[in-house]
Design a protein around this ligand. Structure first.
Ligand SMILES: [Cu+2]
Length: 350
């Protein structure tokens, strides 16, 4: 039986759309930007512009091909925007978040702005403010992770048993309490952190022998961090979200501003091993040893020594987003990253 031209056209269109229909889902999120104070290190707090009140911002976990809508409400006293770093905005360049270039104006205090885009590629991505990035990204915590699962995971991807996100950043204590200042080239960073905290306020990564750990490093600050893992080799499998044609082993991975590295580690050497930044200056809290972005891989079933520095730590299993990443797709706030509202006069608008 001959099909009409209309029927044939319909079938062709339906077939062309099929992958999108099978894979893509529409996801809608709300992000508020609030003025809060976070405790970065013992004795050091910093006023930040926090996505949903937390630093780092909430995890956005979606899959390749999804259509994402994000309503961003600015509850702070300064202007902002959001750049979705890694999303190429195919056909949606007005959603790229750069005021004066792709977006008419900043999102002003009290305003809500809606971004809509297709997640056109998988991997470890992130989002950050694109207004006065010198201050807002470098020292006010305006960044969070976007993890995009691929349509076609590799065998290595499928082997992963535990995921961790590590956002590297810097702080300038001279401007900790002065919104509108900081981040200029002559300003000096004196605190260095992973997921917004410096040792001893960071957290261990608890594993068991046989785990396959994927760590997703994101350079959210202004300096390069040379992250060195003791006792294990890290297989670098992706750079800036793109799978490498030939993964390679390292024991130190450089994480520069804006960069992302995904590494996969076979946890096969039971014990307690540190991972730290090999830039010595970064391993201090304002010059005092020891601090900075440090963690410890703690294997289950290995006896904890009495003298272990973190013997009494209150463990937060979601400090590296590992628990949020086990949840279905969506956006996830983390209670452990929440700040305290800034005092009256500089606080959120209702
Ligand atoms: Cu901003």
């Amino acid at each position: 039986m001959r099909q009409s031209l209309v029927t044939r056209m319909f079938l062709i269109c339906a077939l062309a759309l099929l992958p999108r229909l099978v894979w893509a889902e529409a996801r809608e999120f709300n992000l508020a930007i609030d003025e809060v104070t976070i405790d970065v290190a013992p004795g050091f707090s910093n006023k930040v512009f926090a996505f949903n009140g937390q630093v780092p911002g909430p995890l956005i976990h979606v899959k390749e091909g999804d259509d994402v809508t994000v309503h961003v409400t600015n509850n702070t006293t300064l202007n902002h925007s959001i750049h979705w770093h890694g999303i190429n905005q195919i056909g949606t360049w007005h959603m790229d978040g750069v005021p004066g270039v792709s977006q008419q104006t900043d999102i002003k205090p009290g305003e809500t702005y809606t971004y809509k885009f297709n997640v056109d590629r998988p991997g470890t991505l992130w989002y950050h403010c694109h207004v006065n990035v010198w201050e807002h990204v470098a020292t006010r915590g305006m960044w969070g992770p976007i993890i995009v699962d691929p349509k076609n995971p590799t065998e290595l991807d499928k082997s992963v048993t535990k995921d961790a996100v590590l956002m590297m950043s810097t702080w300038q204590s001279a401007y900790a309490n002065s919104y509108g200042k900081g981040g200029m080239p002559s300003d000096v960073a004196d605190y260095f952190s992973v997921n917004g905290r410096s040792f001893p306020m960071t957290q261990p990564i608890r594993v068991k022998k046989g785990d396959v750990l994927r760590m997703r490093f994101i350079g959210a600050g202004d300096e390069t961090h040379q992250m060195h893992m003791h006792g294990h080799d890290m297989l670098v499998v992706a750079k800036d979200g793109y799978n490498l044609p030939v993964p390679y082993y390292v024991d130190t991975v450089p994480v520069g501003p804006g960069e992302r590295y995904d590494v996969i580690v076979k946890m096969n050497n039971p014990g307690y091993f540190v991972m730290h930044d090999h830039v010595d200056r970064h391993m201090t809290n304002n010059g005092a040893m020891m601090g900075g972005p440090m963690t410890v891989f703690e294997y289950a079933d290995v006896k904890m020594d009495d003298w272990y520095a973190w013997k009494t730590i209150v463990y937060d299993p979601n400090f590296f987003y590992s628990e949020s990443l086990k949840q279905p797709y969506g956006m996830y706030n983390s209670a452990g990253f929440q700040g305290k509202p800034v005092e009256q006069g500089r606080r959120r608008r209702q």
